[in-house]
Design a protein around this ligand. Structure first.
Ligand code: MN
Ligand code: MN
Length: 453
C-alpha cells in the first residue's frame, strides 16, 4: 500500500473527453474576461448571464420563497446571487461562494487633465498592489462612469475595439537610463509619473493649454463632459489586451484580471448549472484589492442583511443559519514559478495544472491577519471533493516571512461561518497580463459545483 501523498497533474490524467471539456470551458471564460474588465462591467455581464437563466432582481425587504432565483446588485459594483433551495436551512445553512471582481489598475484622479510640452496627460492614482513599471509602454483602455451635473451617468469604454485609440505611459530609453538603472524597482518608478498620454493636437489660435483644450473639446463632443464633470467620475485605466490562449498546446490563458475573475467565473457557472437542494449565496465582491473596505466591499454589513432576509423568509433563527452555513472564499493564489523558485517553499506551493488550490490560511509573518480554517472543515471539504472526483491541491502564498496577503475569507468567517480560501494558481499575479492553466479553472468549476451540490 502506498501511503504517500502527491499532487496530480490534471493534463497528465485527463482523457480526450476531459481535455475537450477543459478547452471548451475556457472559451466561455475568455468571453467573460473580454466582456468585463472592471467590477461594474463584470457585474453587468453576470446579470445578463443570470437573466438568461430566469434570475430576477431582489430588493432588501422582499420575501424569498423556495425555488426563487434572485440577484441583488449592490450599487452596480458588487453582486449577490441567491438560489433559494428546498433543503432545511436550520440543518444545512447556506452554501456561500465569494470571489471579487475588482482588479489592480490605474484610477484617474479627480482633477486629472493637464498639458506639458504640448502633450496632454491624465493623472492616475493606482488601485491595489502593482509593480509600477508593468504599466509603462503598454496599450491602456479607459473604462468607467462619469456622473454629469444634474446626475446623468455616462458610461465610457475606449480602447477595446480595433478602431479605438488607446492610452500610453512613457518610459525612458535605455540609452539614457544609466541613472535610472541605479535605483531599485521599488523606488525607481514614481506613482506620480504614471500619467496617460491622451492628446497632442492643439486648438488653433489658442495661446495657453491648447492641447488640453483640444482634448476637452473631444470629450464634450463625444460625451457631453466638461472638465468639472471629472470630479464625479470613476475612470479606470486597464490593459487594452484581449485574453489569449498561450502555448503551442493552448494549455494556458493569459488575460488581465484573472485575479479574481478566474474564480468569479467558475462560481457563476457552478451556481447556474448545478442541480441542488441547497440554498446557495454567490457573491461577487468589490474593493478586495484595497482591503474590502466601504459599502461595496466584503466588510459591509450587507451580507448579514441578506442572510437575515433568507433566515426570516424560511422562518429560521438567523444565528443558527449562520452557524450551519459554509463558505468557499474563492480567490487566486500564487502559482509556483520555477523562474523565481526561491520565493516559494516547494512542498507547499500551488502548482499550475494541478487543480484549484486550497489555502488553509493566508496572512503574513506568522499567519497574521489570516482566516485559518479548521482541520474539521478542511476534512469535510476533502470528502466532498473526493466523492465528486475533483483534482485539487493545497497552496501557501510563497515562502514564510517573504511577504504575504489576505482575502475576504476572514470577513465571512467573522459571521460565525466556516470558511476557507480556494482558488486558481496564477503566474505573474497582479501584472497587467496574468497567466492561468485551463485545467485549473475547470477544476475550480468542478470543485465549486461539488460544494454547492
Ligand atoms: Mn484576489
Ligand atoms: Mn489580488
Amino acid at each position: 500500500m502506498d501511503l504517500t501523498y502527491k499532487r496530480t497533474n490534471i493534463y497528465s490524467v485527463a482523457d480526450a473527453e476531459m481535455t475537450n471539456a477543459i478547452m471548451a470551458y475556457s472559451e466561455g471564460y475568455k468571453r467573460f474576461l473580454n466582456a468585463g474588465k472592471t467590477e461594474r462591467e463584470t457585474v453587468k455581464e453576470t446579470i445578463a448571464m443570470l437573466e438568461k437563466e430566469g434570475y430576477k432582481p431582489y430588493e432588501l425587504g422582499d420575501k424569498i420563497r423556495k425555488g426563487d432565483k434572485l440577484y441583488l446588485s449592490n450599487r452596480g459594483k458588487a453582486l449577490f446571487i441567491i438560489r433559494a433551495g428546498s433543503a432545511n436551512l436550520a440543518e444545512n445553512g447556506v452554501r456561500i461562494l465569494v470571489a471579487h471582481v475588482d482588479s489592480p489598475r490605474l484610477d484617474l484622479k479627480q482633477v486629472p487633465l493637464y498639458e506639458k510640452s504640448d502633450i496632454a496627460y491624465l493623472k492616475t492614482h493606482y488601485y491595489g498592489g502593482i509593480k509600477k513599471y508593468h504599466w509603462l509602454t503598454i496599450p491602456l483602455a479607459l473604462h468607467g462612469v462619469v456622473v454629469l451635473k444634474g446626475g446623468k451617468k455616462v458610461n465610457i469604454a475606449i480602447g477595446e475595439n480595433d478602431s479605438d485609440p488607446v492610452f500610453y505611459i512613457t518610459d525612458l530609453l535605455p540609452h539614457l537610463s544609466q541613472e535610472l538603472n541605479k535605483g531599485t524597482i521599488g523606488d525607481g518608478f514614481s506613482a506620480e509619473n504614471l500619467n496617460l498620454v491622451v492628446g497632442g493636437v492643439p486648438v488653433r489660435g489658442e495661446e495657453k493649454n491648447a492641447v488640453k483644450k483640444g482634448v476637452l473639446n473631444i470629450l464634450h463632443d463625444s460625451y457631453g463632459i466638461c472638465e468639472e464633470d471629472l470630479l464625479s467620475a470613476e475612470l479606470e485605466a486597464v490593459p487594452a489586451y484581449k485574453a489569449h490562449d498561450v502555448g503551442f498546446d493552448r494549455a494556458y490563458v493569459a488575460g488581465y484580471g484573472h485575479d479574481d475573475r478566474v474564480c468569479a467565473y467558475p462560481e457563476i457557472t457552478a451556481t447556474l448549472e448545478t442541480e441542488t437542494e441547497q440554498t446557495v449565496l454567490t457573491i461577487l465582491a468589490d474593493k478586495e484589492e484595497i482591503g474590502s473596505e466601504g459599502n461595496t466591499g466584503m466588510q459591509c454589513i450587507l451580507i448579514r442583511d441578506i442572510l437575515d432576509a433568507i433566515a426570516a423568509s424560511y422562518g429560521v433563527n438567523p444565528a443558527v443559519l449562520r452557524q450551519k452555513s459554509k463558505c468557499l472564499s474563492a480567490d487566486v493564489t500564487a502559482g509556483y514559478d520555477p523562474a523565481y523558485a526561491s520565493a516559494f517553499e516547494e512542498m507547499n506551493a500551488g502548482y499550475v495544472h494541478h487543480g484549484v488550490a486550497m489555502n488553509k490560511f493566508t496572512g503574513a509573518r506568522g499567519k497574521s491577519g489570516s482566516n485559518d480554517a479548521s482541520a474539521e472543515y478542511v476534512g469535510y471539504l476533502r470528502d466532498v471533493f473526493a466523492n465528486a472526483g475533483v483534482i485539487w491541491q493545497t497552496s501557501e502564498l510563497g515562502r514564510v516571512d517573504l511577504g504575504g496577503g489576505g482575502t475576504v475569507a476572514k470577513y465571512i468567517a467573522n459571521n460565525n461561518i466556516d470558511t476557507v480560501d480556494m482558488g486558481v494558481p496564477v503566474l505573474s499575479m497582479h501584472s497587467p497580463y496574468e497567466l492561468i492553466s485551463k485545467a485549473d479553472i475547470y477544476s475550480a468549476h468542478l470543485a465549486f459545483s461539488a460544494f454547492v451540490k
